[in-house]
Design a protein around this ligand. Sequence first.
Ligand SMILES: *Cc1c(COP(=O)(O)O)cnc(C)c1O
Length: 222
Amino acid sequence: MSVASQIACVRRSLPERVTLVAVSKTHPAELIREAYEAGHRIFGESRPQELREKYEALPKDIEWHMIGHLQTNKVKYIAPFVRLIHSVDSARLAEAIQKEAAKCGRTIDILLEIHVAEEETKTGWNIGELMDYVRTAPFVRMPDLCVRGVMGIATNTDDEAVIRRDFGELRRCFELLRPYFGARFDTLSMGMSHDYPLAVECGATMVRVGSLIFGERDYSEK
Ligand SMILES: *Cc1c(COP(=O)(O)O)cnc(C)c1O
């Protein structure tokens, strides 16, 4: 199956209101170009340097999303052009993004990543800590950040009930946080290749689909 037909297939399975982020991490720029030529414009990457290189190599009307764990010292690689950072999981990172956004003279849209999965290794805020932080109105001091919503990853399991529980929890966090932000807090990013239909049922407004579009990733060369 070609990238173009896979994208069309995923697109058709989504309601109009859901934004598709095509996750192109580890795949070469030529494959991204195939998706671009099929009309797709929104791509997600998980490594800042790789994202920067692809930004430089590809058409400038692509919307680049950073979806992977981001270290504060790497924000500078992507700050001038990134459209949305999904993986803001600490106060330190938010502050680092604010600093780089101010340097670039632009506003950067972000999502707050929340930990809901059973695996300890998955990153993200604990909702209690995040609520305590948000109640101190920290984003008033970060005028160049726009908090657009919430991102999360469900437990990696075949048990649909567990996945639904995780997505339901993300939805609940999204609703809890919404009153603290303005009308632009409208994005609930959840769902990947194996679980995005469930995420959509549970209220996702944005899904991040990689291997289903581009094929399996090969990390051995990286
Ligand atoms: C890699 C990745 C995806 C896409 O995963 P697939 O299973 O290939 O669809 C989605 N979200 C995040 C945060 C990722 O790191």
